[in-house]
Design a protein around this ligand. Structure first.
Ligand code: ASP
Ligand code: MG
Length: 412
């Protein structure tokens, strides 16, 4: 029988009533003849609560125990979902990651999926079971320890299962009814997209649109998994939500597909570092060893053999970065005059595959920001995106102005 993967996010399994609603939706697909693999998140708020327990118990925690604790939220919803389906006379059982076993790397709290053997679950499907409910977000390392896949990781669990089982589609049920041109909470004109290309979705996801975990989009693109994002709160037709697909499947699209933002960014500048080969490697090697995710990087023109190096990073990694660089300086590994930190910036980006063939998008973006009196602090571009770092207080204004200027409220 064809396999369908259905993933339910935290708000879709937030209480018993919602689990029942989700289970009904699963029942509809089972009745159509699908064998269904259901991937569940923890009840909304649960993972945050568990992370809080760990932080409070042990500020410099052992990541293996962090994973043991924070993975548990999904165990509860997997069991409850299986029970709910059984109550509806749908043959179902639950699997925790290690039971599948979903094998991952040993990078605790951000493990990578390495393998999903299908024999266990397929054998059960062969025996008449119709729904395998799998706890998302978790797996098992080679050492036999429980791992987690990073926040939002159940999306990745879902796509990986869809690839492993060659599923017809991977439906991601969430609390929004699809992917929007921008965040509707800050821009009332935001429009739901019927389709979006993998590459655009990848950029939007990594730029801070929190609909899908970035890694899940990478996997979907690599394995050509048809991914659909839809709401578990509305009646569904087969066309509901947003289809994330190959760009060939999209006939018409705007030059700019969406405007994304990442609110909590910081900017750090190392003043007066030597301008010679190896310096960037020392700085960013040090930051990488400290687990800092550096994003935009700018090196200024140099004077008298010295230069300034600016980069952006998430605000919650500033302390770590600062400590690592101070230690590097103290140990004589790097000489710099001062480390300047600005923790009140946000990143705003426009994304669209149409930029590959159409020029003038950057010029228009900068004009719009200048008309609004917004100063740009750092700019980076790729083939299909332009990002700027600006003062956080202007973030919403910038998003709205760009959405207007590129007329994203109108379909192509
Ligand atoms: N429950 C996990 C989290 O909140 C994983 C997920 O829901 O995707 O990050
Ligand atoms: Mg999520």
């Amino acid at each position: 029988m064809p396999v369908l993967v259905m993933k339910f996010g935290g708000t879709s399994v937030a209480n018993l009533d919602r689990i029942r609603r989700a289970a009904k939706r699963v029942g509809v697909e089972v009745a159509k003849g699908y064998d269904v693999i259901v991937i569940v998140s923890a009840m909304s708020g649960e993972t945050n609560k568990l992370v809080g327990y760990v932080d409070e118990t042990s500020p410099l925690y052992d990541a293996r125990e962090y994973d043991a604790v924070v993975s548990s939220g999904e165990n509860v919803t997997a069991g409850l979902m299986a029970l709910t389906l059984q109550e509806m006379d749908v043959p179902a059982r639950s699997w925790q990651g290690w039971q599948v076993p979903l094998k991952t790397s040993s990078a605790h709290s951000q493990a990578r999926i390495e393998e999903i053997p299908t024999d266990n679950i397929n054998a059960k499907f062969g025996e008449g079971m119709r729904v395998a409910v799998v706890a998302g977000f978790q797996g098992i390392s080679e050492e036999g320890r429980i791992t987690t896949l990073g926040r939002g990781g159940s999306d990745t669990t879902a796509v990986a299962f869809a690839a492993a089982f060659d599923a017809e589609r991977c439906d991601i049920y969430t609390d929004v009814d699809g992917v929007y041109t921008t965040d509707p909470r800050i821009c009332s004109k935001a429009r739901k997209l019927d389709k979006i290309a993998f590459e655009e979705m990848l950029e939007l996801a990594s730029l801070g649109a929190k609909v899908l975990q970035t890694r899940s989009v990478e996997l979907a693109m690599r394995y050509k998994v048809k991914l659909r994002v839809l709401s578990s709160f509305e009646e569904q037709s087969d066309e509901a939500g947003t289809l994330v697909c190959d760009e060939e499947e999209i006939m018409e699209s705007n030059v700019v597909a969406g405007v994304a933002y990442s609110r909590d960014e910081a900017k750090m500048t190392l003043l007066s570092v030597a301008d010679r080969p190896g310096i960037a490697s020392i700085i960013f090697g040090c930051l990488s060893d400290a687990g800092v995710n550096v994003d935009m990087i700018v090196q200024n023109i140099s004077e008298d053999g010295r230069t300034d190096m600016t980069y952006s990073l998430p605000t919650d990694q500033v302390k770590r970065a600062e400590t690592a660089l101070d230690e590097l300086k103290t140990s004589g590994g790097l000489n710099f005059a001062e480390l300047v930190i600005d923790e009140d910036v946000s990143k705003v980006s426009v994304v669209g595959i149409g930029m590959r063939s159409q020029s003038g998008v950057a010029a228009k973006m900068f004009k719009v920001l200048s008309d609004e009196g917004v100063n740009i602090k750092v700019i980076t571009t790729s083939e299909i995106k332009i990002s700027v770092l600006i003062d956080r207080k202007y973030m919403e204004l910038a998003v709205q102005a760009l959405h207007d200027a590129f007329e994203l409220e109108k379909a192509a």
